[in-house]
Design a protein around this ligand. Structure first.
Ligand code: NOJ
Ligand code: MG
Length: 533
């Protein structure tokens, strides 16, 4: 591999959601051989790395974020040989591989939890989890309902997520040692990094103090509110310092990426201090709605917070936990995160959503730092907003008493070929969530080599981003008003029109790329343009 010491500082990292990316065996569930076979297409798109959501053995009560064995592969997805092959082929294509590490909780089917149940109260096996004789507080699970569950002998265990996801006790040295071993297991197999699930949750306030405020971490948290005792406690930082030292022993660099729903951004930046993680997802950017002032504000505050600690900023618009941005932007602006959408809910303006999504993505891909893409966004894929409720699998739907539809709508298997069964997701019709009838037009084979398609827009943007060094450049604002945001990066002017009337470009610039065609040389509404100055 070429010298890539700081590859992560401006990398474009593509999130693969293994169950929904590509199915090699026709069982309707995506798998590792399916991913491996499609890696060349990601190379063609021009990304630098892939991040894989969990593929470990799991009862799949939370789509694999309930891990039963951290050192293996769920037979639904393949085996360790298939993981090795995926890593090797990615590296041959000069793609880095980041895997998902889920340290806050195991599955109830993990051997540790089985042993904890068998060994009984007071045992060292129970001390790996958070067991109490009574619920220590009235904390609520992020997915709804109580965060405490009683077992047969009368004790209770804490689960911040699903009842099948018992929280580990990170005060226990055995837990810490085990995860260092897991890191090494995968580092030895060649992975380039870890996305750390619920990175702000591992350590709880030591008295498990009462908290009756929202436990919910996936909505926009209020920066002024008191910090809940289950999130963003000081002790988490020691863990990441220890992990960083382990990663630094390996040729690399290998990276750690925090999934931490923490505000304000100065607190989030503490996860990416020089001896901790490399990156943290920028959720304030993700939740900002389509308004010039809001987007400028979040770009400024993100750049300031990370530069204070010397870390690159990251940017992200979609992932497997949120409504896809091509759909979010098809609604009037909402505060914070949108929840799942059902057939009976108001439906988005698909055309407007896609137009704004393309403009937002083109703006994002010019920003200095590292950008995350979620599989399907390069196809302009919307959320499945009419998924029949009886197909829903996200535990949120049941645990919220059918009040929150949850995240299935952004997890539907993606379309590769317009005219193939399951749109080429796999060799059969099977698809673990049904795909909407309208998805043929989004298929990759309808977009490749088609001028103006969303896939070609992303490909061209990634190419120009690299050749103009945008990811390592410094941003300077050129213009900002309620209607227009414009900034300079490297020798490129990036202008987005948030207003309704067309706007002109400065004289003498040469248009490199635009999210929609210009009209009479002007930038129409909801369009981003890159122009060489
Ligand atoms: C965050 C993951 O992204 C989400 O999908 C999962 O449900 C929770 N963490 C719990 O692991
Ligand atoms: Mg399969």
């Amino acid at each position: 591999m070429p010298p890539t010491e700081h590859w992560w500082r401006d990398a474009v990292i593509y999130q693969v959601y293994p169950r929904s990316f590509a199915d090699s065996d026709g069982d309707g569930m995506g798998d590792l051989p399916g991913i491996t076979a499609r890696l060349p297409q990601l190379r063609d798109l021009g990304v630098d790395a892939v991040w894989l959501s969990p593929f470990y053995p799991s009862p799949q009560h939370d789509a694999g974020y309930d891990v039963a064995d951290y050192r293996s592969v769920d037979p639904r997805f393949g085996d360790l040989g298939a993981a090795d092959k995926l890593i090797a082929e990615a590296h041959d294509l000069d793609l880095k591989v980041i895997i998902d590490l889920v340290p806050n909780h195991t599955s109830t089917e993990h051997e540790w939890f089985r042993a904890a149940l068998a060994a009984g109260p007071g045992s060292p096996e129970r001390a790996r989890y958070i067991f109490r004789d009574q619920p220590a507080n009235s904390w609520q699970s992020v997915f709804g309902g109580s965060a405490w569950e009683q077992v047969a002998d009368g004790q209770w265990y804490l689960h911040l997520f699903d009842v099948s996801q018992p929280d580990l006790d990170w005060g226990n040295p055995e837990v810490r040692a085990e995860f260092v071993g897991i890191l090494r297991f995968w580092l030895d197999r060649g992975v380039d990094g870890f996305r750390v699930d619920v990175a702000h949750g591992l350590v709880k306030e030591s008295s498990l103090a009462e908290w009756t405020g929202p436990t919910e971490i996936l909505k926009d948290p209020d920066p002024d509110a008191a910090r809940p005792p289950m999130w963003d406690q000081e002790g988490v930082h020691d863990i990441y310092r220890e992990w960083r030292a382990v990663l630094d022993e390996y040729p690399g660099p290998r990276i750690l990426v925090a999934e931490a729903w923490v505000t304000p951004e100065e607190r989030l930046a503490r996860y990416v201090r020089p001896d901790e993680m490399h990156q943290a997802f920028n959720f304030p950017f993700l939740v900002a709605s389509w308004q010039a002032a809001l987007r400028r504000e979040v770009i400024d505050s993100s750049l300031a917070a990370t530069s204070a600690v010397g870390a690159p900023t990251t940017w992200v618009l979609s992932n497997h936990d949120v409504v896809r941005h091509a759909t979010r932007f098809g609604y009037p602006p909402v505060e914070g995160r949108m929840l799942g959408i059902g057939a009976g809910d108001p439906q988005p303006d698909i055309g407007l959503g896609l137009r704004r999504a393309r403009a937002a993505s083109l703006q994002m891909l010019a920003l200095p730092g590292s950008a995350y893409l979620y599989q399907g966004e390069e196809l302009g894929l919307p959320e499945h907003t009419t998924l029949p409720d009886d197909h829903r699998q996200d535990p949120t739907w049941e645990r919220s008493g059918h009040t929150e539809r949850g995240r299935d709508g952004c997890r539907v298997p993606i379309p590769w070929e317009a005219d193939a069964p399951s749109y080429g997701f796999g060799p059969s019709d099977a698809s673990w969530l049904p795909q909407p009838a309208s998805w043929a037009e989004y298929a990759l084979d309808r977009q490749r080599d088609v001028p103006g398609s969303t896939w070609e827009l992303y490909r061209a943007a990634l190419d120009l981003r690299r050749s103009h060094g945008l990811g390592t450049s410094t941003l300077t604002w050129a213009e900002s008003s309620e209607e227009v945001l414009a900034f300079r990066v490297s020798d490129v002017l990036v202008l987005t029109n948030f207003g309704s009337a067309p706007v002109s470009l400065p004289a003498g610039v040469r248009v490199l790329l635009s999210s929609e065609p210009l009209v009479d040389g002007q930038v129409p509404a909801d369009v981003t343009v890159w122009a060489q100055v």
